[in-house]
Design a protein around this ligand. Structure first.
Ligand code: DGL
Length: 265
């Protein structure tokens, strides 16, 4: 089984890390499109163009059978197009985990942190409209421009990053938000900083595990035998912070099976 995964940078590796927990016997080809990051401040057409270029690269070079768009922003801009145009590929997208957050919250106040493009997208609005019919909750939505850049630099707990987060999280702590949706795959990398600000009991929701389980299910339906080694090859188009890559895979047994290569796409 050959699986392609991509994001604008390091964020999608949080999804790959979750995949390593449940998925075996496959080659994973990851593209960190760092030459074009961040996606979250780009127009949907520009993001769609990059998604197509990366998907074609993964198909032509590696004949992938499954594609994971490990980016909420790219999913919002491109998932329908990718599904329509690559019908033989298993295509899995990433959406903010509003549903589990609504189920979990006790205070009824839920925070959503995401990129400006994700929050502006029709897909997000549709998701919120559908789910808010089930239970009435108050959503505190916050775009976080600049946070992806801080994370790419490895500044996950620096003074500047902490101040940015304190500012964005203030309305949430003042309004007893007990659950925060991490609507960008980069944001689990600042979990600890968010907890320092909001308190250890804050419930932070990301969708890495759900995506990993879905990949396992859909690929097994296609005949995949979930046994054997998992090899991970990471391509990057601009720069990559290898310390952060090591940090993400630090607790994973896959850490020593990763190849990192620069590639122009
Ligand atoms: N990791 C991304 C997401 O989930 C991309 C963020 C960005 O490049 O702005 O949205």
């Amino acid at each position: 089984m050959k699986v392609g995964v991509f994001d604008s940078g390091l964020g999608g590796l949080t999804v790959v890390s979750a995949i390593t927990e449940v998925f075996n016997g496959a080659d994973i080809f990851y593209v960190a499109d760092t030459a074009h990051a961040p996606y979250g401040q780009k127009a949907p057409e520009q993001i769609l163009k990059r998604c197509l270029e990366i998907t074609n690269f993964l198909i032509n070079k590696h004949e992938i059978e499954a594609l994971i768009v490990a980016c909420n922003t790219a999913t919002s801009a491109a998932i329908s197009y990718l599904r329509e145009n690559f019908p033989t590929l298993i295509v899995i997208g990433t959406e903010p985990g509003i549903k589990p957050a609504i189920e979990f919250t006790k205070t009824g106040n839920v925070g959503v942190l995401a990129t400006p493009a994700t929050l502006k997208g029709d897909k997000y609005q549709l998701l919120v409209n559908q789910l808010s019919m089930n239970k009435s909750v108050r959503l505190f939505e916050q775009a976080c421009p600049g946070l992806v850049e801080q994370i790419e630099k490895g500044e996950i707990s620096s003074k500047k990053t902490t101040l940015m987060l304190e500012d964005w999280l203030k309305p949430m702590s003042l309004n007893s938000v007990d659950t925060i949706v991490l609507g960008c795959t980069h944001y689990p990398l600042v979990n600890e900083t968010i907890k320092k600000i909001m308190g250890e009991n804050i419930n932070l929701i990301d969708t890495g595990c759900a995506i990993a389980k879905r990949l396992k299910l859909l690929s097994e339906d296609n005949g995949h035998i979930n046994e054997g080694l998992l090899n991970i090859c990471i391509y990057f188009t601009g720069e990559i912070n290898t310390n952060m890559v090591n940090k993400i895979f630090k607790t994973s047994e896959q850490g020593d099976k990763i190849m990192i290569r620069k590639y122009e796409i």
